[in-house]
Write a protein that binds this ligand. Structure first.
Ligand code: CA
Length: 301
C-alpha cells in the first residue's frame, strides 16, 4: 500500500469515482477501485516477506463492496428522511452541540441537497475556534469494539485549506477523553490525534502526496475502520483506500511513523460526531447523509 504506484492508482480511483445521478459508482469507478485492490494485493504479497508480521494487524479489505449493507441491519444508520427540514436530526440518535463552545456555526436538516431520499444534514461551519458545531451519537460506537466501521457521505462547498479543520471527531476515553479527528490540513484529508497533535499522514511533502484533496460540489463516500485492540486504522474515499491514511503496526516514513511514536495507542471510542471545527479560520458549508456505524464493513450505496 505504501508504494508510489499504489498511491497513483488510488489517486486514479478517486478521480474516476464520480457517482452516477442515482449515487451508484460508475463502472469506471468500480474498475479503478478493483485495480487499486489488485495493486494492493500485489503490494501485500511483497510485504509478506517482512520477517515478523504482527498477529493482531487489522484485517485487510481493500476491494470496495459495490453495494451497501441494508440500513436496518446496522448498529446505527440514519438517512435523515424522517426529521423536519430546518430542525435538528433525530434527537433519539443525535445531540447537537460541540465539546467546547458553539458560536455562529449551525446545522439543520436540509432539503436542498441529499444523497438518499430528499434530505441531509447541512452544516454551516464558521471559521475560528469558538464556532464548533457537531451532531453526536454517544450510544453506539462503544458497543461495537474492538473493530469499529463507519460510513458516511459528505459534500463540501469548498476545498480543504492549509489550516487544520475537523469534520469527524470521536472521543477516546483511553486518551484522557481527547478526540480522534478526521479532517484536513495542508489541503488534504488527514487524521489528527488531539492529545499530542500527531497527524496521519505526516505533513511532509511525501506524506501530503500520499493523501488527497477532497473534491467539492459532489457527494463523497467516506469509509473508515479503527481496530481498537491493535491500534490500527484505514480510510477510504469512494471505495479507494487513501494510502497516507493507513495506520498499521509498522512505522512507515511520511505515513504513520509520527503516530506510532506512541506505541501503546489503543483507542476506546465513546462517541461519533460529524460537523465542523476550524482552528485557523476556514469556514465551510457541508452536508452529511447516510451515516452509519457497525462492527463490519458497511460499503457505499
Ligand atoms: Ca437522505
Amino acid at each position: 500500500m505504501r508504494s508510489s504506484s499504489s498511491a497513483r492508482i488510488a489517486v486514479a480511483a478517486l478521480a474516476a469515482a464520480a457517482c452516477a445521478p442515482n449515487g451508484a459508482p460508475t463502472d469506471a469507478a468500480r474498475e479503478a477501485s478493483n485495480d487499486a485492490g489488485v495493486a494492493s494485493a500485489r503490494a501485500d504479497a511483497r510485504d509478506a516477506s517482512t520477517p515478523t508480521p504482527r498477529p493482531d494487524a487489522a484485517p485487510r479489505t481493500d476491494v470496495a463492496p459495490e453495494t451497501s449493507r441494508a440500513c436496518a441491519a446496522l448498529a446505527l444508520c440514519d438517512d435523515f428522511e424522517h426529521a423536519a427540514v430546518g430542525g435538528p436530526p433525530d434527537p433519539t440518535k443525535w445531540t447537537v452541540g460541540a465539546p467546547d463552545v458553539t458560536g455562529t456555526g449551525a446545522l439543520a436538516v436540509d432539503d436542498a441537497q441529499h444523497h438518499s431520499g430528499a434530505r441531509s444534514v447541512k452544516v454551516t461551519g464558521q471559521g475560528g475556534y469558538s464556532n464548533h458545531i457537531f451532531f453526536t451519537n454517544a450510544d453506539v460506537i462503544a458497543t461495537l469494539g474492538p473493530v469499529v466501521w463507519g460510513r458516511f457521505y459528505v459534500r463540501l462547498s469548498d476545498a480543504l485549506g492549509d489550516g487544520h479543520v475537523t469534520f469527524l471527531a470521536m472521543k477516546d476515553t483511553s486518551d484522557g477523553g481527547k478526540h480522534l479527528r478526521l479532517g484536513g490540513q495542508s489541503q488534504i484529508l488527514m487524521w489528527n490525534r488531539e492529545s499530542d497533535d500527531a497527524t496521519l499522514p505526516d505533513l511532509s511533502p511525501a506524506g501530503i502526496a500520499l493523501s488527497e484533496p477532497l473534491p467539492t460540489g459532489r457527494w463523497l463516500c467516506v469509509e473508515l475502520t479503527v481496530d481498537e485492540g491493535a491500534g490500527t486504522m484505514q480510510t477510504w474515499v469512494d471505495g479507494a483506500e487513501i494510502a497516507g491514511l493507513h495506520l498499521d503496526a509498522t512505522p512507515t516514513p511520511d505515513v504513520d511513523d509520527q503516530w506510532l511514536r506512541r506505541a501503546d495507542w489503543r483507542p476506546a471510542l465513546a462517541d461519533f460526531a460529524l460537523g465542523w471545527e476550524s482552528y485557523a479560520g476556514q469556514a465551510m458549508t457541508l452536508w452529511f447523509d447516510d451515516v452509519a456505524l457497525d462492527a463490519a464493513r458497511i460499503g457505499c450505496l
